[in-house]
Design a protein around this ligand. Structure first.
Ligand code: CTP
Ligand code: CA
Length: 236
């Protein structure tokens, strides 16, 4: 796509995008983490900025990537830090896109010093739930704190004997209460750490759009295309 063919449809819009994975410390040298590369979130930030948006990219752990041009980049490590950063930057934003892979659990206690191997069998690691940032945004909007902010979630799903990817994703969208859910089918080397993505875009209005296999930049464009009408709606 030629640079001059990129629409400037997001000019004047402020968009917050999260990317990468959180890391939850266990002791000063160890953490619980995940395999998110951050590529999809970075692609969203890059394309949104190209389309004229004022973008804040809140990034956890990612593979090494050049920071997208003309994007405010904020680095976080833990789910708790991500929550604080999202809450700060979401105020007054036109959209928040939660592409980050947020830890669901963190070690309940963080040892102040490195845990030693010792002679005995290891202790189990006690875990506590982290807060659901996306659900928190939806709740805040319901309470009137984020008027006019469109909220987009991501879900990496696998099907199993009880349901297929779409069925689980529909239920997740309903549970989360966001406006759009970008669904990636994972497993078999899909989605994680690769340059391509495919899946579905589910809308709170019941809409369902297949996202054809393609680059993460292409998927980013499709997501931003779907966001456009929501921004206008919310602005009314
Ligand atoms: N998310 C979040 N805060 C969390 C966990 C997830 O904001 N503590 C966001 C993710 O950024 C993503 C969406 O919620 O946009 C869906 O994440 P996912 O892990 O698929 O959903 P969960 O509700 O955590 O369900 P599960 O992992 O059990 O499938
Ligand atoms: Ca999760």
């Amino acid at each position: 796509e030629r640079a001059d063919a990129v629409p400037r449809d997001l000019a004047g819009k402020r968009v917050v995008i999260t990317a990468g994975g959180t890391r939850e410390p266990l002791d000063p040298v160890r953490f619980l983490g995940n395999r998110s590369s951050g590529k999809q979130g970075y692609a969203l930030a890059r394309v949104a900025a190209q389309r004229g948006a004022q973008v804040t990219l809140i990034a956890g752990n990612t593979i090494e990537m050049a920071p997208p041009a003309a994007v405010e980049l904020v680095h976080i490590t833990t789910a708790d830090q991500l929550k604080t950063a999202v809450e700060k930057h979401a105020l007054g934003a036109d959209a928040v896109i939660m592409a980050a892979a947020v830890a669901d659990f963190r070690p309940t206690s963080v040892a102040g010093a490195k845990i030693k191997k010792g002679k005995d069998e290891p202790d189990s690691i006690a875990l506590s739930r982290t807060e659901d940032i996306l659900a928190g945004l939806v709740q805040a909007r319901r309470e009137g704190q984020l008027p006019g902010t469109a909220i987009v979630g991501f879900a990496a799903e696998t099907g199993d004997e009880d349901g297929d990817v779409i069925t689980y994703a529909r239920a997740k969208l309903a549970r989360k209460g966001c406006d759009l859910l970008v669904v990636n089918a994972v497993g078999d080397g899909k989605a994680f750490e690769v340059d391509t993505n495919d899946g579905w875009l589910l809308g709170a209005d019941g809409s369902e759009q297949a996202l054809d296999h393609g680059s993460k930049a292409l998927l980013a464009s499709r997501v931003l295309d779907a966001l456009g009408p929501l921004l206008r709606e919310q602005a009314r």
